[in-house]
Design a protein around this ligand. Sequence first.
Ligand SMILES: Cc1cc2nc3c(=O)[nH]c(=O)nc-3n(C[C@H](O)[C@H](O)[C@H](O)COP(=O)(O)OP(=O)(O)OC[C@H]3O[C@@H](n4cnc5c(N)ncnc54)[C@H](O)[C@@H]3O)c2cc1C
Length: 545
Amino acid sequence: MSKVAHYLQEHLNGEVMFSPAIRKYFSTDGSVFEVTPSIVVYPRDEDDVRKTARFTWQLAERGRVIPITARGMGTCQGGSAIGSGIMMVFPAHMKRILEFDHKTGNVVIEPGINYGTLQQALHMHKRFLPPFPSSIDYSSVGGAIANNASGEKTFKYGNTRNFVKNLRVVLANGEVIETKRLSKRELSKKMGLTTFEGEIYRALDALVEDNKEAIKGMQLDVSKNSAGYDLMDIKRKDGSFDLTPLFVGSQGTLGIVTEATLATAVYNPNTTLIAAFFEDLHVAEHAIEEIKKLPDGPSAMELVDDNLLKFIDEHHPNQLKGIVEKPFHKLIVLIEFDDANDRTQKKMSKRTLKILKKLEVPFQIETEEYEKEQLWKIRHSAAAVVSHSEGKMKALPIIEDGIVPSDKFNKYITNVYKMFEKYNLKVALWGHAGNANIHMQPFLDLSQVGDRQKVFKILEEYYTMVIGLGGSTSGEHNDGRLRSPFLKRLYGEDIYSVFEKVKLIFDPHGTMNPGVKIDVTIDDIKPLLRHEYGMEHLGHHLPRS
Ligand SMILES: Cc1cc2nc3c(=O)[nH]c(=O)nc-3n(C[C@H](O)[C@H](O)[C@H](O)COP(=O)(O)OP(=O)(O)OC[C@H]3O[C@@H](n4cnc5c(N)ncnc54)[C@H](O)[C@@H]3O)c2cc1C
């Protein structure tokens, strides 16, 4: 491998490293898996990415496959930001805001930019990028694009895919393309190209045409979905064609993003926040459904359960002192309105209170900054569970992102409680009530054989349950190594075989982040399970610019 590393060192502007310490460092991400890369590259510019891809393509043509895994900040909880070949780490150098258009609010960025940094810059222009994940402070925008990330504001604004307008992408053979929605005529032109890009447009257009009906049927009855490849918005009825929605959420398995143009929304910090305190899951489900029907609905509907509050009370007794009192309610739902029109905001808040009063649900309503911040601490206290450890017992991200149809919300939560009881595990729930997308991380010790076996039993039982309810295995965190084995079951054989063909069109030699999305079985991922989980180190290991 050092020959490859030396070649890259000679030809790239960015650093190329392969010391055992660096390789070990990048062998883990936010997931429970471990795969050690051979080489770590910190690309300085698109040319570095292009040359690396070109080089691995040429090697693959001669029968030697060296995978490339793009990496942002490595917070992915599904295990998509690890790989055995070349790890290409973007946040070191390719992290600039290249352009901001005041008129449209569009922003052009390099993928390695920290999400929080971009958000702060946008706030200065009274704009924001709404689908930010709760890992906003320590994750990259490139990672969010590749994961189709979303977060607390997704209920109103949608997921990352809704905000990506154009991409610059380095293809597996090193060619650079720009994606945008093409008219019929523009598509014909692309299809006439004799390049790899032309080949891709021709093959993909034929594939989409041949599988029109199957693709129509792949829509799940959920409000957001990051599982698989999004085939539904490539070709529209009017014949227009766009690779952008396909690349978003593809986890670096089809190409590597070097630049993105993103839409943004108007930022209004003058919100109204209502905390609703529920004792009964049925009542909560009913209230959420009613509030969702409001014409100018909430910008967020977030929940925590009493188990989370008890956990905080036990381990961090001061954290929510004076904010929530004991005995804890079964469920707290935070409902936020951010409409720019003050009157609309007031009207919708009033109607929400009417719904809650009718159901005899206690509530608290706040419009002052400090009070709202205090209430948001309830939801954000989930971070304490994620980072908690008791000896080697850690909160493991293995079933942390299921989403179900909203009318199955109550059933979903009830099933989760039963499952945790069956395995005698501590449970705490938090997440996106408006989307019926709940997060939870069971405490297990990966150094114990029994707990390692439990991981796979829980995976099987949980994902079977979510699929059985008509949900998706991933609302926002995407597949990674963790959930890829369930994709065939989620979408069925026909759509899965279209996924396989898509992968083959873009990545015929299997150099683009293999081991993620396609051809992954539970037996493939079992040997990758770490013996100790932790993510304290994430984000620190970057060379100086
Ligand atoms: C505590 C915690 C909370 C989280 N909360 C949320 C949440 O609320 N919502 C949510 O959606 N996710 C959440 N996540 C998951 C994760 O943080 C996000 O999805 C985040 O957007 C990933 O960004 P990253 O920079 O860490 O990407 P990475 O983990 O580095 O990479 C993620 C994927 O993107 C690919 N990738 C990175 N850069 C590129 C590129 N330039 N071109 C092509 N592919 C690329 C990688 O190959 C990988 O497949 C959470 C994770 C943690 C640990």
